[in-house]
Ligand binder design. Sequence first.
Ligand SMILES: O=C(O)CCC(=O)C(=O)O
Length: 294
Amino acid sequence: MKTPRWTRSAGSARTSAASVIDRGAAAVDDRAVMRILPADARAAFAADGVICLRGLVDADAVELLRAATEAALAGPAALFSASGRPLPDSFLWLTQPAVAELLLRAPIAAVAGALLGTAAPRLFYDQIFAKDPGRSLATPWHQDAPYWPISGEALTVWIALDPVDHEGGAVRYLPGSHRDGVLYRPTSHQDRGAWEAVDLPPLPDLDALPPEALREWTLAPGDALVHHARTIHGAGPNTRAGRPRRAYATRWLGDDARWTPGPETMDFPLPVEVRPGDPLRGTLFPEISIAAEI
Ligand SMILES: O=C(O)CCC(=O)C(=O)O
């Protein structure tokens, strides 16, 4: 494996964070990727649609991401979607240059690229999931893919910024649920209503499954979960007194990703520079080239 070199693809920078990525050419220690992505991890990801990678990022990165999370949540929101909705918990990389730099430095993109089978994974967006003890809601069962205006292979790298266990709101998965290609109707995370306009079957009753049919991990800060965009998952509320449960998620696209907006799919903080059916590109969706064998 050669040393990965990460550079951003062409596109005009509109924010300081985007400029950081435009300067490109940061290096990551390829041994770190090999250590955290063992040979059988790709087979496990293909079979289960989710894997746990211990210690994906180091303590300094965890501190940086905690600070970025707190800054984002302290508000006011720095970004708004095209429809005027505040986006306090996503696209941190656009407004916080330190986060963009971290995405060049840490082995996150390399892991995404290795699992997506591309030397140039594209960052779709990033998002924080913060659950305050005693005040948080459950994350309903869902797949990510139906919320997204894209087709093609995609995955999430979800990094724990605090210790996480079952009572603290661990993410739970239905292993293998990505494999048959079925998409289920999404649920609004705000009002818990189903998306009426979307012609997809309802999710099976995951709560009726025996606990052993599901998978979850107890995590330390810096550990990561990587899940496929079709893998069904959800999480309980954080019921651990006095302990926050913060996580930083990045969403990554493979080479076959195409722009396929629907009536209810999420919207974005900058004009999207692609037409339906086109590959994603432009300032909003930077490609990080990893010059390494994957
Ligand atoms: O952290 C959570 O509660 C949910 C995470 C999630 O749904 C995701 O990363 O897609």
